[in-house]
Design a protein around this ligand. Structure first.
Ligand SMILES: Cc1cc2nc3c(=O)[nH]c(=O)nc-3n(C[C@H](O)[C@H](O)[C@H](O)COP(=O)(O)OP(=O)(O)OC[C@H]3O[C@@H](n4cnc5c(N)ncnc54)[C@H](O)[C@@H]3O)c2cc1C
Length: 894
């Protein structure tokens, strides 16, 4: 349909519509940059903004103390070096007026206001299938007809209405931090209440307390707050930026949070108490959220134990700052891991409670009953007030989007209905069924878990580049597929298992809004990985998008952009950047040296009770072994363990992190066997060594400190092969008694023609050609069907109960499944874990592939069941010294 026809049709409906290529809703950080980029790319665009001027967040949030909490040198546009040179921030954390001035400066510099209709709220949006355009209705002036509709409406722009009865009855003044009057508020000498203790409250309370006659703070949930130590931009960060601005900005774009800090590799248990405290004090003194959230130790954001150390150190600070112990206790958070809810930056927040004119009311103990004409009454008390300030936060991430209602997409479907069970998006940018519709920092993007300036620039660049490419290729519509969107939902869920955010009820999950469907809305996989995924979508031919154009032109490369677990993807990407030669090209000695070197760089595994080395008589001479014991008093059931390495590499210590982790999770003793390797010792040496060692360990269990009786066997990869073979040999050769077998990604057969060998031939570290090499070194073709190397070819009846783990992206996947199924068909009790998105090394890369934890939890449960123990490790058996709310949160989560 021609533009003229569209115009006629639109004017028939609602008067003359403004015709543009793109409508942008919102004139904050996102909307402004969009208008600039769209104009440069040759699109006609209009900005529609409810506010009276540009600024978004910084237009509305004018409460006392309003500042950014990402250092301002990072919280700025970076798209134009000349703009960067033209503006100097006066403070480390700029105030709202300064940020608003900056956004006004940007609007002037690029002459953006001429394309913005202020005081114009978008009320409805409808996709017109015939014209392939959006029709946008506003509360002020002409509607808009546009090819593309972009909501740059902000994550924190829809203030949450108060949930308390009687607000209308109150005769005093009422203010909302998110809609603070432009000419300020005089609180001097007044009795003021602040309801809420989120970020806005924590910023404003110290300043309100200085003015008010009395301030009463009503707190439902305490937050962790850290001193901002505001002042001039810190010299260390400034010199980093100024010495090489381009690199600094590039690192920010690739970082996890959008601020260039290195990835920490040291984990908490590798540091002494004094070292941890030193790191913490340094972070506390730095007054920098990203620093304290990311730079203490590598496990602080992913592991409850690593996180609890930080929580405890902050609690100490709160106790030291607040004189009244009861007030200090009420201000101390216990219900969420540090960082799972956005921590706040403060200036004198805790000390403010030492003032005689400040009272804290703990709503957990004393809920508000009503707001009356003269103040607030709780269960126990009445507070006479002149002013009530609501600092109750926002209907975050989706509030402003859903406030435009309806947004009607293809087939008359409304976005509110499509999102009835929570937001679903592809990349957080687009929604299936809503062509030519984009959100900037929408749910499913890093958004509020990042420096939003960096995220916004990335989104805007990506969207505008796509629109330009679409136009240049002659297409008129772009829309994600259901497959891609569902895949993104899965990837989001996988990412959420990486961090502790899922363990807190917060505005990240919608928990602050009654009736809102709960689920973690921001993308937790990090800014850099997110950017690389968006780029991958493009490099793979707009993967997951359907593009259409005139005369039936269409392009759809359907699929899911990320099928790997997020941390597996990171590991594989990192390995790819190392450009390592194939292991099989190194020769056996070279490969062993490489693996030893490689293993030195990995986290060593957590402390356990004791590690003891020894030798045992193997099939043909002594074999080394290493015993890993729990911290608790024995005797413990014994697991005989066989390491991986294709019968060629590794030794009794090479799977140490895995053994330590399993000892902690099972409360059982692991004896790792140093069986002999090919090519020096070819088939059937490894198998016979494995069997002989198991027999000896079973006979000497008590001597080793273990529980006499049946042993269990476990192994990974070629070690899984040896464990499986050992069970068959033990059955056929009269013992020892084996109570259960754990086979992790085992080799079970010599056939290479199962699909997983082709599907995962390259790219997942264990390659098909590496497997060929291992086989060639270990076993001549004539021997390969022998059950002592291909247990799938052996008798699989009457074997011990088995837990078989296979990984989706592993050449060995299908033979592992085949072995599990063969045993099950033969009547062996078998449980399978088919690990989606994992690769061959996922479960042994302990503390690297974090998403492997839940698999190891299941493995440990199985081993305990096989040993006749209750599936859950009891407190008495565990290595963990303390119980705590944090631990209970973690237990609930797992
Ligand atoms: C107090 C506060 C401090 C913050 N500090 C930081 C920080 O330090 N670092 C950080 O990264 N982030 C911070 N944020 C998050 C902040 O929201 C973003 O950094 C950024 O400002 C978002 O820009 P935006 O353009 O996407 O959205 P916004 O700035 O929220 O702008 C959206 C605009 O859309 C308009 N709008 C919405 N719906 C409609 C409609 N239907 N019709 C017309 N107009 C509409 C709104 O009026 C608003 O002006 C803070 C947020 C708050 C509230």
């Amino acid at each position: 349909m021609s533009d003229a026809m569209v115009a006629t049709r639109a004017s028939d409906e609602r008067g003359t519509a403004q015709q543009v290529d793109v409508a942008v809703v919102g004139a904050g950080f996102a909307g402004l940059y969009l208008l600039h980029r769209l104009r440069k790319a040759g699109f006609s665009a209009v900005g529609l903004e409810e506010a009276g001027d540009v600024g978004g967040t910084w237009y509305w949030n004018r409460y006392p103390g309003a500042r950014c909490d990402i250092q301002t040198i990072d919280y700025s546009y970076t798209f134009d070096p000349e703009l960067e040179a033209a503006w100097t921030w006066s403070e480390k954390y700029a105030t709202q007026p300064e940020i608003l001035r900056y956004l006004g400066f940007v609007a002037d510099r690029y002459d953006l206001r001429r394309d913005i209709r202020f005081k114009t709220r978008v009320t409805e949006a409808r996709w017109d299938e015939a014209s392939e355009r959006w029709f946008i209705t506003t509360d002020n002036g002409a509607p808009v007809s546009c090819r593309h509709y972009i909501m740059a409406t902000g994550c924190l722009s829809a203030p949450k209405p108060p949930e308390i009865d009687g607000v209308k009855d109150f005769k005093g003044e009422v203010y909302f931090t998110g809609r603070w009057p432009h000419d300020g508020v005089n609180l001097a000498g007044k009795r003021v209440a602040v309801i809420g203790t989120g970020s806005s409250a924590i910023q404003s309370i110290p300043l309100i307390a200085e003015q008010a006659a009395h301030l009463t703070v009503f707190q439902r949930t305490p937050n962790f707050a850290l001193p901002a130590h505001n002042g001039p931009p810190p010299s260390d960060r400034m010199s980093l930026l100024q010495s090489d601005r381009a690199t600094y900005r590039a690192q920010a774009r690739q970082s996890m949070a959008g601020v260039p800090y290195p990835q920490q590799t040291v984990v908490s248990w590798q540091l002494s108490d004094a070292e941890r405290r030193e790191r913490f004090e340094r972070a506390w003194a730095a007054g920098d959220l990203v620093h304290i959230l990311t730079q203490l130790w590598a496990d602080q954001a992913v592991d409850v134990d690593g996180n609890k150390i930080v929580q405890d150190l902050i609690r100490e600070k709160i106790r030291a700052a607040v004189k009244d112990p009861e007030t200090a206790a009420a201000l101390t958070p216990h219900d969420h891991p540090f960082g799972a809810k956005r921590p706040c930056l403060d200036t004198n927040y805790y000390a403010t409670y030492n003032r005689p004119n400040v009272t804290l009311v703990n709503l957990r103990q004393e809920p508000i009953k009503a707001i009356t004409a003269s103040g607030i009454s709780t269960n126990g008390r009445s507070f006479a007030l002149d002013v009530i300030v609501f600092a109750t936060g926002f209907d975050a991430m989706t509030g402003a989007i859903r406030a435009v209602h309806p947004i009607t997409g293809r087939d008359g479907k409304s976005l509110s209905d499509v999102w009835a069970q929570g937001p679903q998006t592809y990349l957080g940018l687009t929604v299936a069924g809503f062509p030519n519709f984009f959100m900037i920092t929408g749910p499913g993007s890093p958004s509020v878990l990042s420096n939003m300036a960096v995220s916004i620039e990335q989104h805007v660049d990506w969207v505008v580049d796509r629109l330009a490419a679409l136009r240049d290729a002659g297409f008129t519509t772009i829309e994600p597929t259901e497959t891609a969107q569902a895949g993104w939902g899965r990837h989001m869920a996988d990412c959420s298992m990486l961090t502790l955010h899922r363990l807190a009820n917060t505005w990240y999950t919608g928990a602050n809004v009654p009736g809102k469907v709960q689920g973690l809305m921001p993308y937790t996989g990090g800014v850099g990985p997110y950017r690389s995924i968006c780029d991958e979508v493009v490099s793979r031919g707009m993967l997951g998008f359907r593009l259409t154009g005139p005369d039936g032109a269409a392009q759809c490369n359907d699929g899911e952009v990320v099928r790997l677990q997020p941390d597996v993807r990171l590991v594989l990407n990192l390995l790819a950047t190392l450009n390592l030669p194939p292991i099989e090209s190194m020769g056996a000695e070279g490969a062993r040296a490489f693996v030893n070197e490689f293993n030195k760089g990995r986290p060593a595994g957590r402390p356990i009770g004791e590690i003891v080395d020894g030798t045992l008589p193997g099939a043909d001479g002594p074999l080394p072994y290493r015993v890993y014991k729990p911290a608790t008093a024995g005797p413990h059931p014994v697991v005989v363990y066989f390491h991986g390495g294709g019968w060629v590499l590794g030794d009794e210590q090479s799977d140490e992190p895995f053994c330590r982790d399993m000892v902690r999770r099972t409360g059982m003793m692991f004896v790792s066997v140093g069986y002999r390797h090919a090519p020096e010792h070819r088939f059937p040496t490894a198998a016979e060594d494995g069997y002989a060692a198991t027999r000896w360990i079973a006979e000497h269990a008590a001597e080793l400190g273990g529980r006499p009786g049946p042993v269990l066997v476990a192994g990974w990869s070629a070690g899984g092969n040896i464990a499986a073979v050992t069970c068959q040999l033990a059955r056929d050769r009269g013992g020892p008694d084996i109570a259960g077998q754990l086979l992790v990604c085992p080799v079970t057969d010599c056939s290479f023609d199962r699909p997983s060998y082709n599907d995962n031939a390259t790219g997942y570290f264990l390659t098909r050609s590496l497997m060929y090499w291992f086989w060639d070194l270990y076993c001549s073709p004539a021997d390969r069907t022998d059950p002592r190397v291909s247990p799938l070819r052996g008798k699989v009846e009457n074997l011990p109960p088995a837990f078989v783990v296979t990984c989706e992206f592993d050449p060995l996947r299908d033979e592992g499944v085949a072995y599990a199924e063969a045993m099950a068909a033969a009547g062996v009790p078998v449980e399978q874990l088919r690990a989606r998105g994992h690769f061959h090394s996922s479960f042994t890369m302990v503390d690297v592939v974090i998403t492997g934890v839940s698999g190891r939890v299941q493995m440990a449960g199985a081993l305990r069941r096989f040993a006749g123990l209750p599936p859950e490790i009891s407190r008495g058996e565990s290595n963990q010294e303390h119980d705590s709310p944090g631990r209970r949160i973690a237990a609930a989560a797992s």
